[in-house]
Ligand binder design. Structure first.
Ligand SMILES: Cc1cc2nc3c(=O)[nH]c(=O)nc-3n(C[C@H](O)[C@H](O)[C@H](O)COP(=O)(O)OP(=O)(O)OC[C@H]3O[C@@H](n4cnc5c(N)ncnc54)[C@H](O)[C@@H]3O)c2cc1C
Length: 580
């Protein structure tokens, strides 16, 4: 792997940070009136010591965090990731052992205080908005997926900030952070993965306590890292066996109370433990309200997990591109570097522009979550009724837009990262097919992105409702797009794409039955993803000050939009044919 600071060596990431992201908007949503900094002055609570007291301090703090992530990922961890993959995991007598160097480096991240990125300061977290979390995850995923999970899985527990009462939050969250827990999503079972409303694991209330019995499959890191503690956020049935989604509740089960029955042998992410977990009357703590497990809480947790996979896609794709570019500049064929051979240059150019698009989509998705999440959390903490909070027009609007953008970003970045890793192997030729270079590992590792945390098909199912409604009739997503288009002077190509996407949405809406709609939904989602990236590119151009950067971006955007018009044409031909 290339060794460098993975923040500082990434021109586009720096450009996004320095010129393109509207920090004023994000910081004011996250910090409110900088209440943490004020509270620090009056309480001297050490957890609040790093709280910024103005916009400039917040930006400096974010840069410092990204720099630390970039330095540790790119300089300290990257030299070892190939060995984590070849060494793999050991499983014996219910105990999983990770490569020792990997465990040592996870510890080094903990000692630097970097893992709890998504937690509020008062619980011992770094106090970062989703936008920054998206970028730091991209950096760490560029380094290695297995390592990224081993280091940062604790952030799954940020859902407790939204669903638990103050007593539970204050008791559980600092303990998880201080004791360096790994946290897993206890959802999938041997018989149910996508169809979570059917899970069978049972929770029973006996003598004033909850106990869980059942088997969970594919539990990432349910074993913890080499002796460090672990916990699972477990979905279990508290209603009758036929109670469906509404009979499911959400529990915290400590790793010492369940058994690891085995780990999977996998094609990729070989140093990430994918465990089978057996719970037999395991003591558990109910989180939030009974019956809200799947419908509210898991969906909330999956929103965060979706954005994390959008980061994973951008991170792995960046690694694949940077390794490919370096190789193509160094290897000479027919008397010149591969990078100067038009067929290879074409591949590299597409990789570059697609990655900038993926990163833009990731940042926009995270932004939409920032725009409603912190405000609603603050209002909840102040005792305001949840129904009232949901009625707030600002919260309602951005919540709605993000319910379209988070599955869109997960779907698009996961699929595109797979394509980019395929391209990377092609740039390396025969050497790419061998394990001597990193791209073979990246190609194996990236495959999970379109499967876990809800497959690409499930993301399409999640996004299609708000998007088709928004584009063909009314709804927040349509409003959001209209506003964005009115704030730029769209290029001719972007206007044409908009007209095409509207037609695709109407053709989709008029399909005769729900089976046909499910069959063709991916066409709409793919085209909308690319249309949105096209809008983001043109928004960004308005902010760029450097003329040569602007020119390069314009060329890149034009090529991106031409590709999109090709996708539009394919979808329109298919859908128009169905009408005849
Ligand atoms: C390495 C790894 C780590 C994982 N980590 C975790 C974890 O930590 N916690 C956890 O709970 N789970 C985890 N999972 C499970 C993962 O989330 C599931 O594998 C995934 O959700 C798909 O479920 P499934 O494997 O049962 O496939 P199925 O649900 O059987 O799906 C098979 C295929 O059918 C498609 N499909 C199914 N239903 C529909 C539908 N209604 N519409 C369209 N297409 C559909 C799917 O897209 C897929 O292509 C992990 C899996 C792996 C491989």
């Amino acid at each position: 792997m290339i060794q460098s600071n993975y923040f500082e060596d990434n021109e586009d990431l720096i450009l996004q940070f320095d010129e393109l992201i509207d920090w004023q908007e994000i910081v004011s949503e996250y910090e409110g009136d900088f209440s943490d900094a004020k509270l620090y002055l009056s309480t001297q609570n050490p957890n609040l010591q790093m709280a910024p007291s103005n916009l400039g301090e917040a930006i400096d703090y974010y840069r410092e965090i990204l720099n630390s992530y970039g330095e540790m990922a790119g300089m300290e961890v990257s030299p070892y990731v190939a060995s984590f993959d070849s060494e793999g995991l050991q499983f014996k007598d219910g105990v999983v052992t990770h490569p020792q160097k990997m465990a040592d480096l996870v510890d080094a991240f903990h000692s630097a205080g970097l893992p709890p990125a998504g937690f509020l300061r008062k619980f011992g977290g770094l106090g970062l908005p989703h936008t920054i979390k998206g970028l730091l995850l991209e950096i760490i995923y560029r380094c290695d997926t297995s390592f990224a999970i081993a280091m940062g899985s604790i952030n799954l527990a940020t859902i407790l900030q939204d669903i638990c009462d103050e007593e539970q939050k204050n008791r559980i969250l600092p303990k998880l952070i201080n004791e360096r827990y790994s946290v897993t999503m206890g959802l999938s079972e041997p018989d149910f993965g996508s169809d979570l409303s059917s899970v069978k694991t049972r929770a029973e209330f006996k003598d004033g306590k909850w106990y869980i019995t059942g088997t969970k499959r594919f539990q990432t890191l349910a074993c913890g890292v080499n002796g460090a503690p672990s916990a699972t956020l477990c979905l279990a049935r508290t209603g009758s066996p036929t109670s469906g989604a509404k009979g499911l509740s959400f529990f915290l089960v400590d790793g010492k109370d369940y058994e690891i029955a085995g780990i999977e042998k996998k094609m990729g992410i070989k140093s990430s433990a994918t465990c089978e977990v057996v719970m037999n009357n395991s003591p558990a703590e109910l989180l939030g309200k009974e019956g809200y497990g799947l419908t509210r809480y898991v969906m909330g947790m999956l929103n965060g997990a979706r954005m994390s996979v959008a980061s994973q896609g951008a991170g792995i794709a960046t690694a694949a591109y940077k390794e490919s570019l370096k190789y193509a500049q160094e290897r000479i064929q027919f008397g010149k570097p591969l990078s100067e051979i038009p067929a290879i240059k074409r591949i590299l150019d597409r990789m570059e522009r697609e990655i900038i698009g993926m990163r833009s989509l990731l940042i926009e998705g995270a932004r939409t979550v920032d725009l409603y999440h912190w405000r609603s959390m603050r209002e909840k903490d102040s005792g305001k009724d949840e129904k009232e909070i949901r009625k707030d027009p600002h919260i309602q609007f951005w919540n709605s837009v993000s319910s379209a953008l988070t599955p869109l970003a997960k779907y698009y970045n996961a699929e595109m990262a797979n394509t980019i890793c395929y391209d990377a192997i092609q740039v390396f030729g025969g050497s790419g097919f061998c394990e001597d270079y990193d791209v073979a590992r990246l190609y194996r590792d990236v495959r999970i992105a379109s499967i876990w945390d809800g497959t690409s098909q499930i993301q399409v199912n999640a996004a299609i409702g708000p998007i088709s409604l928004g584009l063909s009739g009314s709804g927040a997503f349509g409003e959001y797009i209209k506003t964005k288009m009115s704030l730029i002077s769209p290029s001719e190509e972007l206007n044409e794409i908009y007209e095409n996407v509207k037609e695709i949405a109407i053709l989709y809406k008029n399909l005769e039955n729900s089976s046909l709609k499910e069959y063709y939904s991916v066409d709409l989602i793919q085209n909308v993803s690319r249309f949105l990236i096209g809008i983001l590119f043109e928004e960004q151009e308005k902010k760029l000050k450097n003329e040569s950067v602007l020119q390069k971006r314009k060329e890149l955007r034009s090529k991106f939009n031409l590709d999109t018009l090709g996708f539009n044409d394919s979808a329109l031909r298919k859908l128009r044919a169905l009408r005849q």
